[in-house]
Design a protein around this ligand. Structure first.
Ligand code: AMP
Length: 396
């Protein structure tokens, strides 16, 4: 049975077509730079692999292009849109309305629209993808998988901010948490691998966006991102944690307006703000060549993560495993080493050779004397979405 997964971002769409339950990827690709004459469209099957530059001005045009390719007489993989039984959509913000994967109806769409105020870069694009998929795949079950859902298990003491309580009660101002599909996926993979019962894990998603979760007995207990996907760790261009008095200082003393401050903290800060680069590969290369800003940025990024590891080991009263995932977490041996250095106090000891060894699969990289397992677990948000859509389809 075919399940199409759509991850609609602000200027991109990623897609994968799965044959379920075998989990075989029949086709995958994406469109980047939507809105430009030079959008990049990629399409890959077992026999075709192509990347083309073309004008794609809107998400609507992009999704149409994808559907046309899937149905193409020679290069396509399906003969009729009816073969797609479900479309799984990644939706970034589901507020506290959704703790599970949900069949999309008018109510769900209205809620996604409401939460656009809290995720303005993501939710409108997610909704647009849904509306178009309903037209292009009218026979398919449309399913929403929310990034926030996994973190609905966070207790009030972790999710509430110490601000007047009416803001929580009347306006839902609280921590929601993000990257939930990834944290959930790598948690399940780790628990399956370690065969742990009663587990205390820390999952660290380090990609363009970065976040860290304390996962107790398979459930999110605390998480570094909060009300929006901006808090916590140092990211590609987002500052993560800062003292909020800086915002007042920027506005009151340095004449920034709120739009400028938002852009400053979300698009011009993080690794980019510290070094001029937002891709960790460039920063590592520069650091190796002696660039002091790049060296310091790596140290700051690792230091911030160490602080969260300490905090989460404390709130869970112990630690069984640390899990690294996403583009940086899976590939940067340098950063993993810097993070795990001098964490003997928690029984965390890395094996340098295992850490340096290249592999695409799940692997353990702790030394024999380590009391805590250290794992690299490749994330697969698309597969997690396909699995959840498949399970929901089977229930109906
Ligand atoms: P993601 O958002 O998970 O796709 O991660 C993207 C980020 O991963 C890129 O911006 C890079 O900073 C980082 N990345 C990808 N490959 C590598 C690598 N081999 N070494 C270090 N960082 C990498």
């Amino acid at each position: 049975m075919y399940i199409l997964v759509i991850n609609s971002g602000s200027s991109s769409i990623k897609y994968q077509l799965f044959d379920m339950p075998s989990e075989q990827v029949v086709c995958f690709g994406g469109i980047e730079r939507i809105g430009s004459k030079e959008a990049v469209f990629s399409y890959n099957t077992i026999s075709v692999s192509m990347t083309e530059n073309m004008e794609i001005q809107t998400h609507k045009a992009g999704l149409k292009q994808i559907a046309e390719r899937l149905l193409h007489v020679e290069k396509g993989v399906i003969a009729d849109s009816e073969e797609v039984k479900a479309v799984g959509h990644r939706v970034v913000h589901g507020g506290n309305s959704f703790s599970n994967t949900t069949v999309i109806d008018a109510f769900v769409k209205e809620k996604i629209k409401t939460f656009s105020a809290l995720a303005p870069l993501h939710n409108p694009a997610n909704l647009e993808g849904i509306v178009l998929a309903e037209v292009l795949f009218p026979h398919a079950l449309q399913v929403a998988v929310f990034d926030t859902a996994f973190h609905q298990s966070m207790p009030e003491k972790a999710r509430k901010y110490a601000i007047p309580k009416e803001l929580f009660t009347n306006h839902n101002i609280q921590a929601y948490g993000f990257h939930g599909t990834s944290h959930k996926y790598v948690t399940a993979k780790t628990l399956e691998h370690l065969k742990l019962v009663g587990s205390k894990l820390i999952t660290i998603h380090l990609g363009n966006g970065c976040s860290i979760t304390a996962v107790k007995n398979g459930k999110s207990l605390d998480h570094s991102m909060g009300f929006a996907p901006s808090n916590g760790l140092i990211m590609g261009s987002r500052s993560g944690d800062i003292d909020h008095s800086i915002i007042f200082h920027l506005a009151n003393k340095l004449d920034y307006d709120l739009t400028e401050i938002e852009a400053l903290l979300l698009k011009k800060s993080g690794l980019l703000g510290l070094t001029g680069y937002n891709d960790l590969r460039d920063i590592q290369k520069e650091a190796q060549q002696g660039n002091p800003d790049c060296r310091l940025a790596l140290e700051m990024a690792a230091y911030r993560i160490k602080k969260y590891i300490g905090a989460y080991a404390a709130v869970m009263n112990g630690l069984d495993g640390i899990v690294f995932t996403a583009g940086i977490g899976e590939n940067s041996a340098i950063l993993r080493k810097m993070i795990c250095e001098d964490l003997d106090v928690f029984g965390i000891r890395l094996d340098s050779d295992k850490n340096d060894a290249k592999s695409d699969g799940l692997r353990e990289i702790q030394s024999e004397s380590s009391q805590v397992k250290i794992l690299v677990v490749p994330t697969n948000e698309e597969l997690e979405i396909a699995k959840q859509a498949f399970e929901l389809h089977a229930l109906l």
